[in-house]
Design a protein around this ligand. Structure first.
Ligand SMILES: [Zn+2]
Length: 390
């Protein structure tokens, strides 16, 4: 669908320009078609049509940065409740940063470039002796946890973080590595407002270009592979762990994070996810089985749109947020209802759109399985959870 407002920042008809190196050479490695903003939940009686925008990942052939091809929207970033996994990871990360000697002995200052989704390390870092900068001066430690990816202009974004770092300070960047996204078939990581998808080799090279060398690469399980890089200005003395950096670079190069042919496997993964979901729901409908969804999460939106799943296949999605009740999923008209509907409808199947919630939901809604119903997860592909033995 042609946009009525041609956007100089890119459309399907113009070649993307790299958000880092400004090259126009590259490949579209994942194309999810026209997608509504994942965080726009229209009122249930809003007939639509909802706005849609191209959602494509482009891999720069010059610098290797994976990025959003177009920048058509400025989505409101949801500041939902912080998942426990993120809280735990932050504690773990700060402990490892401290153990690596990256926090100045005797204390110092910190500036945080936070994620618009929320989740701050400042309280934890205060416990490690770091006070937040309040006078605008460069900090001893600059922390960016999933923040940089939200910058449309990556060169400006990284420059701002470098400028906030004291001459002998440490810049800490944490990201969900493209290597894990590719290895897991995690096509759902692609979304409007998330402009860049880093890998360790590419971000290390970006930092080198602005005069920073990576001294530590710490790997965490979060999201199947979250990496924390610590960097200092080149030549500035300080603790370093070159083995960790080299190991992580080799590991990710081995996955093929700069290889458009490899990263393009995400497209096949997207097709498989959408295809199996649609097939599964159609089969249940034809068999006369009742189904309800759970968790109208933003990640469910591209999946349902990609699979063209409407109320004929999925009559409703229950969600814990009262603000979403009475609304519907954008693009497809699946209504959002309260969790009590799961109990009331006693469905044969609850399709869960946030896999991580499986154990928690089974505990909170034991009546589903007690009545013979089953939980089904869909991310990345459809899987029926075996009945719980009680
Ligand atoms: Zn580039």
């Amino acid at each position: 669908m042609a946009s009525p407002h041609p956007d100089p920042r890119g459309s399907r008809d113009t070649a993307p320009t790299c958000r880092w190196c400004r090259s126009t050479q590259g490949d579209v490695v994942l194309d999810l078609g026209d997608q509504p903003p994942a965080d726009l939940f229209p009122a249930g009686d809003d007939p639509g049509p909802d706005p849609v925008h191209p959602l494509r990942m482009w891999l720069c052939a010059s610098c290797g940065l994976a990025q959003l091809a177009e920048d058509p929207t400025t989505p409101d970033e949801p500041r939902g409740a912080e998942p426990q996994a993120l809280v735990d990871q932050a504690r773990d990360a700060v402990a490892r940063v401290e153990a690596a000697g990256l926090v100045p002995a005797g204390g110092g200052t910190v500036t945080e470039f936070g994620s618009p989704h929320g989740g701050s390390w400042l309280d934890l870092l205060a416990g490690a002796g770091l006070a937040e900068v309040t006078d605008g001066r460069p900090a001893d430690v600059v922390v960016d946890c999933f923040g940089l990816m939200h910058e449309a202009d990556q060169r400006e974004g990284l420059a701002a973080r470098a400028a906030a770092t004291a001459p002998d300070g440490v810049l800490v960047l944490q990201f969900h590595t493209l290597a894990a996204i590719v290895a897991d078939g995690g096509w759902n990581a692609l979304r409007h407002g998330h402009f860049a998808y880093y890998s360790t080799p590419v971000l290390t090279a970006m930092l080198a270009e602005i005069g920073f060398e990576v001294t530590h690469a710490l790997l965490f399980d979060l999201y199947g592979g979250t990496v924390l890089l610590a960097a200092r200005r080149t030549g500035v003395p300080g603790p370093r762990d070159e083995v960790s950096v080299q190991t992580q670079i080799e590991r990710e190069e081995g996955v093929g994070v700069r290889d458009a042919g490899v990263v393009a496997a995400l497209g096949a993964a997207a097709d498989a996810s959408a295809g199996t979901l649609r097939e599964h729901l159609a089969e249940r409908r034809d068999a006369g089985r009742s189904v309800i969804g759970y968790a109208a999460a933003s990640r469910a939106v591209p999946l349902l749109n990609r699979a063209s799943v409407g109320p004929d296949l999925l009559p409703a999605i229950a969600d814990g947020s009262p603000g979403k009740w009475g609304r519907r999923v954008p693009g497809v008209a699946v209504p959002i209802v309260g969790p009590e509907e799961v109990t009331r409808r006693a469905p044969d199947e609850v399709v869960l759109f946030v896999t991580d919630l499986l154990e928690e939901m089974r505990t909170r809604l034991p009546e589903v399985e007690a009545a013979g119903g089953r939980w089904v997860v869909v991310d990345p592909t459809v899987r029926v959870a075996p009945p719980r033995r009680t």
